[in-house]
Design a protein around this ligand. Structure first.
Ligand code: FES
Length: 105
């Protein structure tokens, strides 16, 4: 099975390269929760809490549902490249994308 990789920058500016096989986890949020840190995902992927807020630094990922956009609107540090990682499938479309974790608290 193919391996894919992403790059995730934490709040300290340190970047981790993470590898995955397609659909190992239900979402990018669950993958990062298990691989990197557990201090997010309060609503368990319901697109309600905003604690899984990330920014796409490099690469493109389309397909945002209205409820994701609605939750992002309420986040004080939203950027034009903000996403909720719980709403992003862990699949080949993420390969080589670069993200930054954006905490809201
Ligand atoms: S886990 Fe709550 S919005 Fe993503």
């Amino acid at each position: 099975m193919s391996k894919y990789r992403i790059y995730m920058e934490n709040e300290s500016g340190d970047e981790e390269m993470l590898e995955f096989e397609g659909h190992e986890y239900r979402s990018l949020m669950e993958f990062v929760y298990n691989e990197l840190f557990e201090d997010w995902g309060d609503c368990k992927g319901q697109a309600m809490c905003g604690t899984c807020h990330i920014e796409i630094l490099e690469g493109e990922k389309g397909g945002m549902e209205p409820y994701e956009a609605h939750t992002l609107e309420g986040l004080p540090n939203k950027t034009s490249q903000s996403r909720l990682s719980c709403q992003m499938s862990l699949d080949a479309s993420l390969h080589n994308l670069r993200f930054r974790i954006l905490k809201d608290y």
